[in-house]
Design a protein around this ligand. Structure first.
Ligand SMILES: Cc1ncc(COP(=O)(O)O)c(C=O)c1O
Length: 398
């Protein structure tokens, strides 16, 4: 009887069938499995800073809880936080037209999903940097769109230059995604790149999604330019930012989207019919992060600078491995093709035989072949241990 009932069950939506499970989640699962067996695995797979959230931020959230700020708040976010976010973008990013009503408080990933759902229809094409963060492609597919990869060059430091963007624009292009500093490469677009892509976006009447979540994680004075600060770009751009990476607040799920006019209204509708708003008391912690002392960022950057140098120096000692110097974020994206292995084989064998977890490059798009992503959001000691193991693995495998 039960079996017969199951037989008549209808299938899941075609939409979810268009999306593959995340490769980063799979690798984390394999690492966790080895650890369950008691094996000491060095994981370079984490996409989050390894520092505690600053104390004044935690205290502000606790105070909000104790004061009973545990009920619904306005769907686009608590007014004081929207104000603080708008002020940040006017003062730090030169986005002079940003007002609190242009701010939607939401987890950064959610902001990206809203931007894509609000702009992309069936058959529309979305230009993605290749390689790029793992979730853009599935989100475009969920919206019915087609991801179109714009190849980035390691020799250029994985910048998204306007020329290859222009070559990939067709009559079907609707949205361009930029992510600087970048996950997975650590690359940063130059101001000239941002200006060039912004011109293309305006000339072709497109939308631009600028994912600036790693804005504060930059090295050697690398300059960050928000495209929405450029003349004429306000109506074309959704700027996504948040506190996950800058204040070590990944679990808080607080970020935001900045957009204007109909686009903002559309994203607001999506939020009001899905999550309503992010957790009320977490928003008060976020307010403290934005309005309080910022020394945490500088202290975190001292550690990241040192680790970045350490990783680059240790990678340089491994035969068959070369690495572009990242200018931002906390990842390196070395080319391992000189070892004779493809990226998937390298990552799987390194985990199996060397007890080190890295993410294979193709998880980030076809241009990731021949590379792996290493996150150095872990201690100097673990970096030394992990890269010593990788060196041993490469010499034994070769
Ligand atoms: C490039 C990029 N964008 C967006 C996100 C999502 O950030 P959040 O976890 O704050 O939603 C991440 C997280 O790893 C990321 O690397």
């Amino acid at each position: 009887m039960t079996a017969e009932r199951t037989k008549t069950m209808k299938g899941l939506s075609a939409r979810v069938g268009r999306v593959l499970p995340s490769e980063t989640v799979r690798i984390s699962g394999l690492v966790a499995e080895k650890r369950r067996q008691g094996i000491d695995v060095v994981s370079f797979a984490a996409g989050e800073p390894d520092f505690p959230t600053p104390e004044h931020v935690r205290e502000a959230a606790k105070k909000a809880l104790d004061e009973g700020k545990t009920r619904y708040v306005p769907a686009p976010g608590v007014p004081e936080l929207r104000e603080a976010v708008a002020k940040k973008h006017v003062e730090e990013n030169g986005m002079a037209e940003t007002r609190p009503e242009h701010v939607l408080v939401t987890p950064s990933k959610q902001a990206i999903a809203y931007a894509i759902l609000a702009t992309v229809d069936h058959g529309d094409e979305v230009l993605l940097p290749d390689p790029c963060w793992v979730s853009y492609d599935p989100l475009v597919r969920l919206a019915g769109g087609t991801p179109v990869y714009v190849p980035l060059d390691a020799e250029d430091g994985f910048r998204m230059r306007p020329e290859p963007v222009a070559e990939h624009i067709t009559g079907k292009t609707k949205l361009v995604v930029m992510n600087s500093p970048s996950n997975p490469t650590g690359g940063m677009d130059l101001p000239a790149d941002v200006r060039g892509v912004a011109e293309l976006v305006q000339d072709h009447g497109l939308y631009l999604l600028s994912d600036e979540i790693y804005e504060h994680v930059r090295y050697g004075g690398a300059e960050h330019l928000s495209p929405a600060s450029l003349p004429g770009m306000t109506d074309h751009t959704v700027t996504v930012n948040g506190l996950s990476k800058s204040f070590s607040m990944t679990g808080w799920r607080i970020g935001w989207a900045i957009a204007s006019g109909e686009l903002m209204k559309a994203m607001g509708k999506l939020q009001s019919h899905t999550i309503t708003h992010p957790t009320s008391f977490a928003q008060y912690g976020a307010l403290a992060a934005l309005t309080g002392p910022k020394d945490f960022i500088a202290e975190m950057m001292v550690a990241f600078e040192r680790r970045r140098r350490l990783v680059l120096d240790l990678l340089a000692e491994i035969p068959g491995v070369t690495c572009a110097e990242p200018r931002g974020a906390f990842y390196v994206f070395p080319d391992i093709s000189g070892t004779g292995m493809d990226a998937m084989t390298f990552a799987e064998r390194l985990l199996e035989e060397g007890d080190v977890g890295v993410t294979p490059g193709p998880a980030f798009g076809p241009g990731g072949e021949g590379h792996v992503r290493i996150s150095y959001a872990t201690s100097d000691e673990r970096i030394r241990e992990g890269l010593a193991r990788m060196k041993r693995f490469v010499s034994q495998a070769g």
